[in-house]
Design a protein. Structure first.
Length: 726
């Protein structure tokens, strides 16, 4: 609904994101409005779009979705506007005199004939200059916001644009609306294209084609994890996006600044300059670390024998090879599936190094992977972000760099396949030459959601020592490990132990949904003695009845139907809901209630519980104890997490996993996706879905091609590193 009225009182403003709480008066009503506003003052006339919603603590409020500015038109509104404190040197008394003199034409006089204000007693040359300076500062911002609103730009986005360009906003956007794609986070090509279309920008302009090419490359990274694309694929993708002839794109792609062209195996690959420089730096640093490890003057064989005797353990030859490699090489990759002893190897490396008084650092790309590493090894592990520290003077940068490096003698990274090139590059920058680097992961899992193909590229390059673990040690524990390896070999899982691996075949999608709900509500908690919170639903797809979105709604309705709630756009969040952070936010401030520790940063994949709903925010406590408040400005970063996609679950481990399966795209329903889902479970796996779908997934060894440059750059840079460093 839309309401027109004036601002009566501004109660609260968050200067960073524009979130505002104010009292608002219409002709026949008076209420509190909350949402994203421009800088507003008492007396301003606004058109608000939104709806009245009940807040558990503060009662009924008007939750604003959009704000449109307008000037007050009647004398009373103009008087409040002038006396609001917005105009330097104008108080209520002087505002009354001005309005008494000029009436409803006051703002017109202020705009077009400001010198006439001197006709009012008490306004001299100096006072007039103060009033006009205040007026122009505010007017510039509001003119820019008015201008952007004409093109259906939301208030939140308009404020972002104005913060970037200031008074030049209108001229910059009019000259090239596509610059928003490059300069403003959250503005994609489609948004800029809508603005440009309303402005009448030529669909064949160079600005548009350049922006379309850059967007197609960016989308390839965001959706497919590619760090580059073959030229023909990039041209086809951009031409389809813009609905223009590919010849126009082919001609323009040769002149786009900021693209890097590389030939690999006779094929021209195009990447953004930042992606190329990042992968090139990773390759160079890995090669430097590989041959630059400090000599510890130890006999690995003797150390192993002593450890085996102390711990009453006998290592398999593959495990011995992995441990000895760490003490003889600067960089070692250890890869193997579940139950192959990766954790045992890490514990041995830590023990032997610590006995030699060496400093060890353990880390992983996500909070849950880091927490699991701590639990499995008994040694503290941190997320890569936390290990490096966030540098607030450099958005997305880290405190630990080559100028302020880590002091570790050994850095061990688990779940390396989950890391993207930017986080991995940040870690490598902070590792000094001489430090040993150990990368641990499962080459058969899905690659990272973000761009890059780190583990696969390093293995394929043959430039870094890789130890493959194939012997399975945990088969006696149940069928999770056994079936994971069966699936990886293209064999159907077996379920005859009735202990930790179950399959419930359902042919109807609603039956699948209802079965999943019944299992998580009562059957599995009773059988496995776990809390419903510890049961994670996984599904390959986002849409449809058996997709992430619908299952989350159904599970929220079944598990948490009541309680204080917070409505945001099309989502409802309630106290007690299980939620997930969906992007990295380096600036989100947190506090731990048990220790009082404070810090910042919450990251993609972190899972928590909503503990409180306030009038203007919700509060979430994450698995690691961090308490973070979310307002409307950052709620887009949060989603329900009763069900998550298999991709989002990477690096995590849950006591119980339910995998919901229904027919979907051949390219999505793959063997390695099913393998990844099954290996997320610690105590129990239940597959609920169509038998034919499961059979097809087990048989489908399709792996989507991921274009990247690290493999080739490791090969190419080998001679350069040798020439420069010896």
């Amino acid at each position: 609904m839309k309401v027109n009225g004036t601002v009566e009182d501004v109660i609260f403003v968050n200067e960073d994101n524009g979130y505002t709480v104010l009292n608002f008066a219409t002709d026949d009503d008076y209420f509190t409005a909350v949402g994203i506003f421009p800088y507003v003052s008492v007396g301003e006339a606004l058109e608000l779009t939104g709806d009245f919603k009940k807040n558990a603590k503060f009662g009924e409020q008007f939750v604003v979705e959009e704000v449109k500015l307008s000037q007050p038109s009647d004398a009373e509104g103009i008087l409040k506007y002038l006396a609001s404190g917005l105009f330097k040197g104008v108080g209520e008394k002087l505002a009354v005199q001005i309005v008494r003199k000029f009436g409803t034409k006051t703002l017109e006089i202020l705009e077009n004939e400001p010198q006439r204000l001197r006709e009012v007693s008490g306004i001299g040359r100096k006072k007039l200059a103060e009033i006009l300076e205040s007026y122009r500062e505010t007017k510039n911002m509001k003119d820019a916001l008015f201008f952007l609103q004409r093109y259906d730009v939301s208030m939140g986005l308009a404020l972002k644009i104005y913060k970037e360009f200031g008074e030049a906003t209108e001229s910059v956007v009019q000259n090239n609306p596509y610059i928003l794609v490059e300069k403003i986070e959250g503005v994609g090509f489609l948004t800029a294209d809508k603005i440009a279309d309303k402005m009448g920008v030529d669909r064949h302009s160079q600005f548009r084609i350049k922006a379309g090419i850059l967007h197609a490359l960016s989308e390839a990274g965001a959706r497919g994890g590619h760090t580059c694309l073959p030229k023909n694929l990039l041209v086809d993708s951009a031409a389809k996006l813009m609905d223009i002839d590919r010849s126009e794109v082919e001609e323009e792609v040769e002149h786009v600044f900021g693209l890097k062209r590389t030939e690999v195996d006779g094929q021209e690959l195009i990447s953004s300059d930042i992606n190329y420089r990042t992968e090139n730096a990773i390759a160079t640093k890995l090669l430097l670390l590989k041959d630059g490890a400090d000599d510890w003057h130890i006999d690995p064989e003797s150390e192993l024998e002593q450890y085996e005797k102390t711990c009453d353990i006998a290592f398999h030859p593959q495990q011995r090879e992995a441990i000895k490699s760490v003490f003889s090489s600067g960089v070692t990759v250890i890869t193997g599936g579940p139950g192959t002893g990766k954790t045992t190897i890490i514990k041995a490396i830590v023990s032997i190094a610590e006995r030699r008084r060496k400093e060890i650092v353990l880390c992983a790309p996500t909070g849950r992977a880091s927490k699991r590493m701590t639990e499995m090894t008994g040694s503290e592990s941190k997320t890569i972000h936390r290990l490096l520290g966030v540098d607030f003077s450099n958005a997305g940068g880290f405190e630990k760099t080559e100028k302020n490096p880590l002091t570790a003698d050994v850095v061990i990274v688990d779940e390396i396949s989950m890391a993207d090139i930017f986080v991995f590059h940040g870690l490598l920058r902070a590792i000094s030459r001489g430090t040993r680097l150990v990368l641990v992961g499962d080459k058969d899992q899905l690659p990272s959601v973000s761009c890059g193909n780190i583990l696969s590229d390093i293995i394929a390059s043959n430039e870094i020592n890789v130890v493959y673990l194939t012997e399975i040690y945990r088969q006696e524990e149940g069928y999770i490990v056994t079936n994971a390896h069966r699936i990886n070999k293209g064999l159907m899982p077996v379920t005859d132990n009735r202990k930790d691996f179950f399959i419930s075949y359902k042919s109807d999608q609603m039956d699948i949904v209802n079965t999943v709900i019944g299992m998580i509500k009562s059957r599995i908690p009773k059988f496995a003695h776990v809390d419903p919170y510890d049961i994670q639903i996984l599904t390959p797809v986002k849409k449809g009845l058996v997709g992430v979105d619908n299952l989350n709604q159904e599970l929220q309705r079944a598990l948490n139907p009541d309680g204080a709630e917070y409505k945001y756009k099309n989502s409802v969040f309630r106290v007690g809901d299980k939620v997930m952070q969906t992007v990295n936010n380096y600036c989100a401030e947190w506090q731990k209630s048990d220790t009082g520790e404070m810090g910042s940063g919450v990251f993609n994949g972190d899972i928590g519980i909503i503990t409180a709903v306030r009038s203007d925010r919700i509060e979430v406590v994450f698995d690691d104890g961090k308490l973070i408040s979310y307002t409307d400005a950052d709620l887009d970063e949060l989603s329900l997490a009763y069900c998550v996609s298999v991709h989002k679950s990477q690096g995590s481990e849950f006591p119980v996993v339910i995998v919901a399966l229904s027919g979907a795209n051949y390219m999505i329903m793959t063997r390695n996706l099913l393998y990844t889902a099954v290996t997320r479970a610690k105590k129990m796996v239940v597959i609920v879905g169509e038998e034919e779908c499961l059979k097809k997934m087990v048989a489908n060894d399709y792996t989507a091609k991921r274009y990247s440059l690290l493999r080739d750059l490791l090969k190419k840079n080998k001679s350069k590193v040798t020439d420069f460093w010896g």
